[in-house]
Design a protein around this ligand. Sequence first.
Ligand SMILES: *Cc1c(COP(=O)(O)O)cnc(C)c1O
Length: 405
Amino acid sequence: MMTLDEARARDAADPLRAFRARFTLPEGVIYLDGNSLGPLPVSTPAVLAEMAGQQWGTRLIRGWNEGWFDAPTRIGDKIARLVGAAPGEVLACDSTSANLYKLVVAALRLAPGRRVVVSEAGNFPTDLHIAEGAVQAVPGAELRVVPRRQLAEAITDETALVLLTHVHYQTAERFDMAAWTARAHAAGALILWDLSHSAGAVPIDLNGCGADLAVGCGYKYLNGGPGAPAWLFVAARHQAALTNPVSGWMGHAAPFAFEDGYAPAPGIRRWLSGTPPILGLAALEAGVDLLLQADMAAIAAKSAALFDVLADIGDALGLDCASPRDAALRGSHIGFRHEDAYALCQALIERQVIGDFRTPDILRLGITPLYLGFEDVVRAGHIIADVLASGAWRARRFAVRQAVT
Ligand SMILES: *Cc1c(COP(=O)(O)O)cnc(C)c1O
């Protein structure tokens, strides 16, 4: 296991070290949950104060012509740089769930001969819930949810869309985006990647992989704040053919012509529905701007190194690592299976090590290299060891069992 001295030496040599000071983190907290809610960038409160006080406060409705109207595409173009997309292919808008709905329905309507959406059992719940609702909106459409080992055979000439989450939210297992995109295309299907646990965490090359559609989250590794707007990607080659089923006025070709009939805007703007949330977009932009200053390869390399430190700690403590050991096969968190993962997680939070619990038995620790150092994870390891060994932990475990059963 890495010692504290070794950890400090690694931190001193870390090319990303300066980013830590760009985040507001409470004193004493070791934050291992940035994959669920990214922390506050130091720059964001001033951006929000300026947006409210100056822009909203003094410019009033004139603000729409002074940067607000273009915010979804401007921020989309910035996110595009994080995920291997071109300008005009990404839009910052709505929630990940809403964006999934729009794209699943649109993909089904594009391929009337194909009726099936294929997804993975154990996918992030909202992806399956939304797909369930989306197939109900398209006559004859059907959702087939199969375990990962059966996915390849489930993709057939009936498949309209393959809906996959790139990095699994529990185990961090990562699909090979190029290979699965090719597999979907070989069957004549489109593929929609959910990059909520990937964007800002692992290098992504949507266009290099030939991906069709994608969505992602703004409040995880993009540090856009609680409930931040999400984003969607539509490859340029599909943009003319796919239309937004939530056909609202902001996605209209001429929103201020106030016409009765709907005509979609020519480019990525057609994926807007209603008026964009400008305050939320401002915070998202601050988070994205910060991330764009960092080198994605350095983030990935440090994530892999921090993972190894945590995996070693887990091995030494006899914890069962649920995440792939090979960095190329995973995202940027580590899941440990433990029969009392919930109580363990609560005991850690009491000791200021904030991770999270995912039912039924995963203790999940997020690895976010912009603000986490080697010393943080080594210290977290000491606290995990301490908690596992303590009597208080056993009493608590008993209490939780009583409460659950
Ligand atoms: C976090 C996450 C979401 C979040 O969806 P919301 O609409 O923001 O609640 C969706 N999909 C995946 C895979 C996620 O990890």
